[in-house]
Design a protein around this ligand. Sequence first.
Ligand code: CP
Ligand code: NVA
Length: 327
Amino acid sequence: MGYSTLRGRSLLSLRDVSPDEIIELLDRAADTKKRAAHGERVPVLAGRNIALIFLKPSCRTRVSFVVAATQSGAHPEIFGREDIRFGVKESVRDIARVFGRVFDGVMFRGFEHATIAEFARYAGVPVWNGLCDEYHPTQILADLLTLRENFGRLEGLPVTYVGDGRNNVACTLAIAAAKLGLDLRILTPEPLQPALESIAELSAGAESPHASITVTASPHRALADSAAVYGDVWVSMGEEEQTRQRIDLLRDLKVTPESMAATGRADTIYLHCLPAFHDLDTETARTHPDILEVHDDVFEGPRSRVFDQSENRMHTAKALMQLTIAG
Ligand code: CP
Ligand code: NVA
């Protein structure tokens, strides 16, 4: 058996990988998940060292990569915003070359995609994008695994994303749709619609004949027959000053039991990358009680799969690190 074509590669965006390679990642994740359930550990990364860089806060990405690295036999080391001050006293290029000499792989959560791409170019070891302003590929791998677990297929599967249509999660879902043939509907108000050229370009270059990407402000059009309704916060990290404006744009698209019923299917699941505003148990929600993007009855309801998604972050992170470092 040869090495995976993913060996030595970075994942800066899902554009970097082929449909077959995404399926290989999902298959490996499903396999390690099954093994982990039996207490089995596969230490294929024994003796390796992984760096995790967080220029924005994180809960899920951090715990996923730490546990995935440790269970694979590697040592994870975390760097926060104050540890590495890119561009303040040292350039991205120089820091990347230092990390590339001592680490076997680097997870990078930052702001502009260009910074992560520059880091990867100079590091020379696999770099995984743990979220940037434009993309969130390690999240979408977990979401694809969750969809496959629930429906057994991805091709032609109708999925509705509801919220800011230009954010990192929406953009990455659109790339996944073009690669794997999802029937993706992005339900968002006109001011938050992604650039039509980028959607047209993705559709034209789709690698699956089943791929469909629809951008619409019509709940009826977006939700009819949908197998999954996918939410995200209305205000992404770094955009907090736009909070009032976003609430005003998105309040009518809050996901409610009625939105779920509007799919006309009994098996529709609810997904959310988390963190989510679904009740008033947070300081932000108490300050802005109308910021809740989903009704608590949906979030806590029997069709919610949000914590499966969170768990799947860990299994997909494991697959990603194992296949890109060890092959
Ligand atoms: N979904 C996600 O990336 O969560 P964190 O921001 O907590 O890592
Ligand atoms: N769009 C969100 C995703 C959080 C996981 C953000 O960037 O804050």
